[in-house]
Ligand binder design. Structure first.
Ligand code: NAG
Ligand code: NAG
Ligand code: NAG
Ligand code: NAG
Ligand code: NAG
Ligand code: NAG
Ligand code: NAG
Length: 542
């Protein structure tokens, strides 16, 4: 039983990588027309406002300068490290190697330091991973428009910081926040939607400044970041609770799904905001409730997504801090993937994908909200006391979200983009099927296993206590039997007991109890074995 402990640690590490993973379940379409439409529009820019380039609504990219070289990097709120490829001038190689795993491949190389500029901030000796060998990447990142990745997650999640062991290894934003102890520790992100006339023309990010026109975000409720109470804080993410019954389905009714997080209040779910995910990951039952009642919906088991007719308008929304955040119907289903259904028709992907490979084995979160959600809000991330060595803003970290989707405007945009201007959203072909005719997607074997393991892991303290109690009872019974036997021996010696009761009652109860106890221990060991196998398997395939 004791081996559960180090094993759990291993899980945490693997899991941390899993959540950081970029997940592009199907490759995005590449067309020159779309490509040139991205990022080229006039940006409102000031010293601390950074333009954010959008590659096909799948990747959001901004520039940093390292050692004098301007480098486009992917924005990732789900991880905390910086890595870049190619040559960087004026670096110091710390001689420490490291590997970071993502869905697209493994970024490995040496940790280096260089002078970094981000917006108008300059940081000396910023540690980062210089990746020389990109042959394991499954996508051509340069063609997608980036040469690295900047992690905007909590510093505690930084692998480089762990390796370097001093402040040079702190994450980029931490280093920036540490410089000016009189300002607040926050960063904001506004993502745009390509091909939508109602969306801002340019995405932006800002550091300790609100983007002009979005000042109302300061009036929004503070969403406290749920601290992960676990053995290590390496897997702390930007995560908050939804409101009770806070996910509203296409029929206007809440989608009720139980949280797998043991401490979650009834009816609330734990959500991680992760800009490294193109498609949000939701519990399978929730994905089924969103898409399973659409006429013509099909579940593609190979890719693990629902597909629906691109003309189907679906309204869903999320509730946080008493505020409703509607999702543009252009985000509920995505036309960015080349997908065809069984009949060979081009279809759209249900963007709220059933969570499977990113499933939280340790029961830390239920949902990962990626880009298809984040395009509908202006988001502020306040790092508060996530930042070490700062004398100001030492409050609890929080998130504020300002809704940016106006459903009336979003409806018109959908009609214009998907329905060639003719509003057929009221026609009977768009009606949702009755609940009784809802389709359900099949759970994969790996998922069933993961869910079972999550169940056992989340309850291992109880199992431990149970086993301990059991062992104590067994010991108690042994002692009791010994005493009884001795007493009986004495009694027998005194001629007070019939001889027939002697043998049967002597050892029998002890052996009966002992056998199931051995079985329990063996079971647990073999289950651990399976679990480790699964974890390794999924790690290797990433
Ligand atoms: C990033 O830098 C490259 C190269 O200097 C430049 O071409 C590109 O426009 C920049 N992108 C942004 C979003 O500033
Ligand atoms: C960055 O620019 C802002 C606004 O122009 C200014 O307030 C701030 O002091 C600058 N920060 C640094 C580190 O230069
Ligand atoms: C790059 O990494 C791959 C495995 O990911 C390896 O096979 C190859 O030899 C490496 N190339 C160099 C030049 O190190
Ligand atoms: C520090 O932040 C404050 C408040 O945002 C700002 O007024 C000041 O100019 C900043 N100082 C430096 C050196 O950047
Ligand atoms: C800002 O919020 C207030 C109150 O929440 C609201 O009355 C006002 O219309 C909002 N302004 C904008 C520009 O959205
Ligand atoms: C979605 O919401 C918009 C705006 O409230 C509304 O016009 C439209 O009818 C709704 N569509 C559906 C299918 O509920
Ligand atoms: C939403 O959009 C519609 C149509 O574009 C506009 O008339 C309305 O004022 C907008 N509502 C808000 C609250 O901005």
């Amino acid at each position: 039983m004791r081996s559960l402990l180090p094993f759990t640690l291993l899980c945490l590490l693997l899991d941390a990588h899993a959540v950081h993973a970029l997940r592009f379940p199907v490759s995005t379409r590449t067309s020159a027309g779309r490509r040139s439409a991205s990022g080229s529009l006039g940006a409102r820019s000031s010293d601390t406002l950074l333009p954010v380039k959008n590659t096909q609504n799948s990747e959001y990219i901004t520039n940093i300068t390292l050692g004098g070289r301007e480098i486009p990097v992917l924005l990732d709120t789900g991880s905390s490290d910086l890595w870049v490829t190619g040559d960087v001038p004026d670096v110091t190689d710390l001689g420490v190697s490291e590997s970071l795993s993502y869905a697209v491949g493994t970024a490995s190389g040496d940790v280096n330091t260089a002078t970094l500029q981000f917006g108008n901030y300059t940081v000396d000796n910023q540690a980062f991973l210089l990746v020389k060998n990109i042959s394991s990447f499954s996508v051509n990142i340069a063609a997608e428009g980036y040469d690295g990745l900047i992690g905007l997650g909590p510093n505690t999640g930084s692998v480089i910081r762990d390796k370097v062991g001093d402040s040079r290894g702190d994450s980029v934003l931490d280093r920036i926040f540490q410089q000016n102890t009189s300002s607040s520790n926050y960063m904001t992100v506004l993502l745009n939607r390509l091909g939508d006339p109602s969306s801002p023309s340019q995405g932006q990010m800002s550091i300790t400044e609100i983007i002009p026109g979005y000042e109302n975000i300061t009036n929004m409720a503070k969403l406290t970041v749920e601290k992960v109470h676990k053995l290590t804080d390496l897997d702390q993410h930007w995560q908050v609770y939804t409101d009770k019954n806070g996910v509203i389905g296409p029929d206007g009714q809440p989608i009720e799904v139980d949280s797998i997080v043991p401490s979650a209040p009834d009816g609330q779910l734990v959500v991680v905001f992760d800009s490294g995910y193109t498609l949000p990951q939701v519990p399978r039952a929730m994905s089924d409730a969103i898409y399973g009642r659409v006429q013509g919906a099909e579940y593609n088991s190979e890719v693990g997504v629902w597909t629906i007719p691109c003309t189907q308008m679906l309204n869903i929304s999320f509730q946080f801090g008493g505020v409703n955040y509607p999702i543009s119907p252009l985000d509920t289903s995505s036309s960015e993937f080349d997908m065809i259904n069984a009949a060979g028709e081009t279809v759209c992907v249900g963007a709220f994908q059933p969570i499977s490979s990113a499933f939280s084995l340790l029961g830390e979160y239920d949902i990962i909200l990626g880009m298809s959600f984040l395009r509908n809000v202006y988001a502020l991330f306040d790092y508060g006391n996530f930042v070490e060595d700062t004398s100001s803003d030492l409050g609890d970290p929080f998130i504020k979200l300002l809704p940016t989707t106006n459903l009336t405007a979003a409806h018109s945009a959908f009609v214009q983009v998907r329905l060639s201007g003719v509003d057929t959203t009221g026609s009977s072909s768009q009606w949702l099927l009755p609940s009784s005719e809802m389709q359900h997607s099949p759970e994969t074997e790996a998922e069933k296993k993961a869910q079972y393991e999550e169940y056992v892991l989340s309850r291992w303290p109880e199992i431990f206590v149970g086993c301990l109690a059991f062992v104590l009872i067994v010991i108690g019974i042994i002692i009791w039997r010994c005493c009884v036997r001795r007493k009986r021996a004495r009694a027998k010696a005194a001629g007070l007991l019939p001889t027939s009761a002697k043998d049967g009652s002597g050892a029998q109860p002890y052996r009966q109890l002992a056998d199931p106890s051995t079985a329990t221990l063996v079971d647990m060991q073999s289950m651990e074995g399976k679990h480790a196998e699964y974890a390794r398997g999924s790690y290797a395939s990433r």
